[in-house]
Design a binder for this molecule. Sequence first.
Ligand SMILES: Nc1nc2c(c(=O)[nH]1)N[C@H]1C(S)=C(S)[C@@H](COP(=O)(O)O)O[C@H]1N2
Ligand SMILES: [Mo]
Length: 393
Amino acid sequence: SAGMAPASGSAGTGISAGPAGGLAARLGSRGDAGSGGTRSLSAVDRRRFLAAAALVAAGAVVAEAGATGVKRIRGGAAARSRADIRLPAAADPGKPVPAGTDPGFVTGNADFYRVDTALTVPRIDPGSWELRIHGMVGDEMRLSFDDLLRRPLVERVMTLNCVSNEVGGPYIGTAKWLGVPLAPLLSEAGIRPGADQIVARSAEGMTIGTPTATALDGRDTMLVVGMNGEPLPLEHGFPVRMLTPGLYGYAGACKWLTELELTTFAKFDAYWVERGWSAEGPVKTASRIDKPKPFARPAAGPVTVAGVAWAQRRGVKAVEISVDGGDWKPAELLPVPSIDTWVQWRYSWKATSGPHSLSVRATDRTGAAQTAARATPFPNGATGLHTITVTVA
Ligand SMILES: Nc1nc2c(c(=O)[nH]1)N[C@H]1C(S)=C(S)[C@@H](COP(=O)(O)O)O[C@H]1N2
Ligand SMILES: [Mo]
């Protein structure tokens, strides 16, 4: 009943229709289609613009009707696009990517995987964007994009991955995220006792349920506005998305965010939970071989085997390699900025001619080794070891 396989590489037809539904993955065009520029409006663009303008107007009416003291001045005609955004510097820039990592430690925005159900990428005017924090709170809050940017920003290098990733799969990336820590916002709103779930809602109707505890336990859960030194790309949730280190994206990383509702897991099932996926989505320890490529034909002699391993929140303590099912041999780990990123590893293999299999396994810093038992991504993340076959010349 899994129905999980993301439609990798095929633009537009990502939603598999198994009984449990599938996470749609679209790895199509990477260009930032939304940063304005000088091209003239197509008919579609014009329609979208008019619809957006109507939404802004409607929003203004609602705001006025709902105003009981605080007067909100809206952007009005001053619609803004991604190209107009100048992000402030982080008050807390965090740890940089350490020297000694290999290129590719940080995934470029254009290469960052994309998984969502959006048939068209939402285009949100940050000038009229608003985040509502409500539900089981003492005081409902409404924040404009400028309100967010006026708060102290933090920058953190963190890895994000998708629960639908197969063993060895591509739905993982690491970026430098600029955002507003969520915990202080929640404490200003005042969380009522028992509110164990934060339901994030997005402009296009996604719901993502995150354990409230993961916003309050000291990890860098944040409302993200910047990715690798730029405003969030449209595809990755512009103007604001959530990010919860240690949780798969479906459980902690709502894009195109518009609402946070404090509620309970008993009362509400988020989108993927309704379709059978686990309510809570902690990342499982995993590892991947990136070099050599499967079915490569390296020459006999020393061959560098390399890849990544991850166990966000716990950190990776060790990575080991087994050749042809033999003893596990330690790989070298390159430095990391924190336990919330993947680690790059490498292993120098004395390759002898003939066909060989290479397997990798990671052990997290609690001492727990990655399980070899195969599990499908559904309902809470794949397990099993990544194994590739190569033929040494
Ligand atoms: N609004 C919205 N947010 C979403 C999703 C979505 O479909 N819609 N998909 C989630 C999933 S399953 C993942 S893995 C991450 C992927 O984020 P990315 O596309 O920026 O890599 O976004 C999460 N946030
Ligand atoms: Mo995902």
